[in-house]
Design a protein around this ligand. Structure first.
Ligand code: AMP
Length: 592
């Protein structure tokens, strides 16, 4: 293992490194810095975020550029605004003793004229997102015709985000003889093609294996029925009281929905996705960084460039469509030498994907059981006990002690401890005492799936007076219900379409919302009726209501409607429902 001095960095950079507290180079720095300092070469480096790659290209670039010239000599392209700002900030810190250095960030969502003005003042290094860079080139606000070093950071992400054409266009404005340094966590074909087309005989370095996940991260999966995903998520959070996590969902809508539900259930959660304004996203990220948010629920695109070092858990609420994306997700934890856990909640049908991911990341997953309610109660109790044990006494309490002592005069220490802990413990205990086992096993498909619908008191089955005559098959009906009820992909299940009517299931706690919505809903000019069915799904059909259609009049007495039309957002109840379906007081989570 070398030192930073041995890598050949100059004194200005070494002083900055000392200030930053970096004691030794990371693997990617040890491999890349000597190559980039000693040779004028192109480079392909396979390295995850969090491995210190910014410094791996940043130090050599800072060492090589001429700070006495105002010409732009280095260009760093990065996929997101967040990452762009992060790199700019790091470069400024690394170059804090390089007198005359000017690093400018160029990204969308901020004044293009301010950025053009900053560049005009003489930026030796520009850090940019591709879209804004291209825009500024076409408006002649930047000149990159003399750059000597270009970096494509998180190249796989940039290509994933559809920046290929922008990158090609930008590079066409740069000199042929510049050096290009490409950094990527994974090496899909598209990245290899960029390396082939835009680089001359690049040197290659790999930190770990290609696509391989960092060894600091352990990988776990939890197998549940698809519709128990949310319950499983809550249990994983409750079983880890100090969790500080990113929860990944596949779509913006699921992201919003899961975050809202978590907030409603008393967790400190926030949503991060592309439908939020930049300002909203900045606020969420600020709260997350300050740890006011413990669970950041995010889409893959929005989470790109999250540079928070101490994330303890990544939770894959749903697996990504592209398996390679898993590497990026899990790379959000285990950064800067820390350890982390990447958890995946899967349904039985997704276990194949786990095997494929294992092949890609070259690491094995541990199959874990979702903790049962009593385990969680114990974990929470012990977390509280430890917290109290480690709490420093506030002397201000002294003046209230006489009254408190009087109150507990006849209470023994044992009794007092029990009472004291019961305040917190009872909330979790009441919530979890009737909780079911969420785990399913790979081998028990048939029996379990029958049980899901025939016995599971958590689901409600409905009759709906539309069927194949109305142009529905099960898929269309499921899509229709998901759409109008604003439910997620797992929330409507066991859809059975008949001629003029159909059946479907939702979780029981959606029942009120479902019935309320269909009190006065018209589809193609006629009222749609929904009522709770006695048919629990599978087997015997409840055809009694088969011919019953209500085409002509509004209102009318199907089911236990409350006449209120749900608008999705206000349908969440203010009190928490227990997993077994009954209402109860929400176990308020103590802020940690
Ligand atoms: P990066 O992979 O560039 O996003 O870096 C991840 C984090 O590691 C950043 O917060 C860096 O400041 C930090 N870092 C980079 N190099 C080192 C090093 N040699 N020792 C300790 N921390 C480092």
């Amino acid at each position: 293992m070398s030192t930073f001095q041995e890598l050949g960095l100059n004194q200005d950079l070494l002083n900055a490194i000392t200030d930053l507290g970096f004691t030794k180079p990371s693997e990617v720095q040890e491999k890349a810095i000597p190559i980039l300092l000693e040779t004028e070469t192109d480079l392909v480096a396979l390295a995850q975020t969090g491995t210190g790659k910014t410094a791996a290209f940043g130090f050599p670039m800072l060492e090589k550029i001429d700070v006495n010239s105002r010409t732009t000599q280095g260009l760093i392209l990065s996929p997101t605004r967040e990452l762009c700002l992060q790199i700019t900030n790091e470069m400024k810190q690394y170059g804090k003793y390089c007198k005359g250095l000017n690093v400018v960030a160029i990204y969308g969502g901020s004044s293009i004229h301010d950025q053009a003005r900053d560049v005009k003042r003489g930026a030796q290094i520009i850090v940019a997102t591709p879209g804004r860079m291209k825009d500024m080139i076409s408006r002649r606000m930047v000149d990159i015709s003399k750059i000597q070093y270009s970096v494509l950071d998180e190249a796989d992400e940039m290509l994933n985000m559809g920046f290929k054409e922008d990158i090609t266009d930008i590079l066409s404005h740069t000199p042929e003889d510049k050096n290009t340094w490409l950094f990527s966590a994974t090496m899909p074909r598209e990245v290899a093609a960029i390396a082939k087309n835009f680089m001359a005989d690049p040197q290659e370095i790999t930190v770990g294996n290609k696509n391989e996940s960092t060894t600091n991260v352990s990988h776990e999966y939890y197998m549940v029925n698809a519709r128990d995903r949310y319950q499983a998520l809550k249990r994983l959070a409750d079983a880890n009281p100090d969790i500080f996590s990113v929860v990944f969902c596949r779509t913006k809508r699921d992201t919003q929905r899961v975050a809202e539900q978590l907030i409603e259930d008393g967790y400190s959660a926030g949503a991060l996705h592309g439908d939020l304004s930049q300002n909203q996203r900045d606020l969420v990220m600020k709260s997350f960084r300050n740890k006011q948010i413990q669970m950041l629920v995010a889409t893959d695109v929005a989470a790109r460039g999250i540079d928070v070092d101490n994330i303890t858990h990544v939770i894959n609420y749903q697996l990504p469509d592209e398996i390679e994306t898993y590497t990026h997700r899990s790379g959000r934890t285990g950064r800067a030498g820390r350890t982390g856990v990447s958890m995946v909640i899967v349904s039985r049908s997704e276990t194949r994907k786990i095997k494929s991911i294992e092949r890609i990341i070259k690491r094995k997953f541990d199959k874990k059981e979702v903790p049962d309610g009593m385990e969680i109660c114990e974990v929470q109790l012990m977390a509280l006990a430890n917290k109290i044990h480690n709490t420093e006494v506030n002397d201000e309490i002294e003046k209230y002690l006489t009254n408190i002592n009087q109150l507990f005069e006849n209470t023994s220490k044992d009794e007092l401890i029990k009472k004291f802990f019961s305040v917190e413990f009872s909330r979790f205990y009441n919530y979890y005492q009737k909780s079911k086992n969420l785990n399913v096993s790979e081998g028990s498909r048939d029996r379990e799936s029958r049980d899901d619908f025939s016995k599971n008191s958590n689901s409600a089955r409905y009759f709906i007076n539309v069927g194949s005559k109305d142009g529905f098959d099960w898929m269309k009906l499921k899509d229709f219900l998901k759409e109008v009820l604003e439910l997620g992909r797992d929330d409507v299940f066991k859809v059975e379409v008949k001629d003029s009517f159909s059946f479907f299931n939702t979780e029981k706690d959606q029942q009120e919302k479902v019935l309320a919505f269909f009190t006065d809903y018209k589809h193609e000019g006629r009222f749609v009726n929904v009522e709770v069915s006695e048919n629990r799904g599978g087997g015997r059909r409840n055809d009694r209501r088969g011919g019953r259609r209500r085409d002509d009049k509004k209102g009318g007495g199907f089911g236990n409607r409350n006449g209120r039309r749900s608008n999705g957002g206000d349908s969440y109840s203010k009190s928490r429902r227990s997993e077994s379906g009954s209402r109860e007081e929400r176990p308020r989570r103590s802020r940690r």
